[in-house]
Ligand binder design. Sequence first.
Ligand code: APR
Length: 248
Amino acid sequence: MSNTRVARLGELIRTHHPCVVLTGAGISTESGIPDFRSPTGIWAQYDPMEYATISAFRRDPVKVWEFYALRFEVLTRAQPNAGHLALAELERRGLVRAVVTQNIDALHDRAGSQDVVEVHGSIRSASCLACGTRVPLEDVVAALESTPAPPCPQCGEILKPDVVMFGELLPVDAIDRASALAREAGVLLVVGSTLEVYPVAAVPEETLAAGGSLAIVNRGSTPYDRRAVICIDGSAGETLAGLAEALC
Ligand code: APR
């Protein structure tokens, strides 16, 4: 990690209010949750067409739950890391306005961030597509101990995790709020995302079109790197902890 770049990022945030943060799977790898598109990522092992589309779920929900049951095990054990904690601290100090996240792990919330926009849903609940019943995470986890796919307590259909699958629309309120925050941002700080999945991949475009600046902390490149004022190719946890310190 370059201290000079972290100091420059701190200066950018200090001078370009408000700072909005957009996070992806890369902020949670240091909590033990694999990302999607790295060589060791989830999609190297599982074909998203078979396990992560709404049509795959409708075709064979039990097969899709084989994948989610394993994910839930990892996601429910994970703890917020230095990166999540640093963002919560920066929000408390008035230096970060909100976090828009593609992650479903709820770790920003658990780290203490107050204003979190979850554009891909979360593991907090699962819902029945047949009768609309919503079931909290604890009940889903309890059901998974005795069955491969949790049934709806009302009608017996298999529940769907309240996460956005490929082929589904994003929750309208969340994506609208993400766009509004991006347009108002003095600086949009992207952390741990390849910025390849739309519509979220268009969020930085909104900041740039409105005259805001873009900064990126990510291992590896993104399609926006050339348009960012600062790119830091390094650990999200270490960089954000360094940023919080630099902004003291
Ligand atoms: N620090 C910084 N960057 C990291 C770290 C880390 N500790 N660990 C991983 N990264 C980087 C990876 O190198 C990669 O560039 O984070 C990025 C993660 O990108 P993706 O795996 O594509 O994850 P994301 O952008 O969140 O994916 C978007 O795709 O499949 C869907 O719904 C899923 O929300 C997800 C969406």
